[in-house]
Write a protein of this length. Structure first.
Length: 117
């Protein structure tokens, strides 16, 4: 399984970015998938996740609730993270991941998000 993350960049505070994570297999086979981020000098933290059930249950870190939206396009085998009202503290490397049963977690490469003040 390969995950290809993209969409990072430099944006001013208050701006928006959309991250994409394209999977090499049918994402409906994934129990859940989502995004982590790692800021300089900090541990990796979960930003948002979505399950593969028909309802696509989601959960978010408190710090991004109301600003970020995770979604998936099953036909394109792609997951998205729409990030609005970005803050300087949202800066970091964003990694997409996927879990399938008891297999080790699959990770995409990081995509860098830099929010300037």
């Amino acid at each position: 399984v390969q995950l290809q993350a993209s969409g990072g960049g430099l944006v001013q505070a208050g701006g928006s970015l959309r991250l994409s994570c394209a999977a090499s297999i049918n994402i409906l086979s994934m129990d859940h998938m989502g995004w982590y981020r790692q800021a300089p000098g900090s541990q990796r933290e979960l930003v948002a996740a979505v399950t593969s059930n028909p309802f696509g249950s989601t959960n978010y870190a408190d710090s991004v609730k109301g600003r970020f939206t995770i979604s998936r396009d099953n036909a394109k085998n792609t997951m998205y993270l729409q990030m609005n009202s970005l803050k300087v503290e949202d800066t970091g490397l964003y990694y997409c991941y996927a879990n399938i049963g008891r297999r080790p977690t699959y990770w995409g490469q990081g995509t860098l998000v830099t929010v300037s003040s």
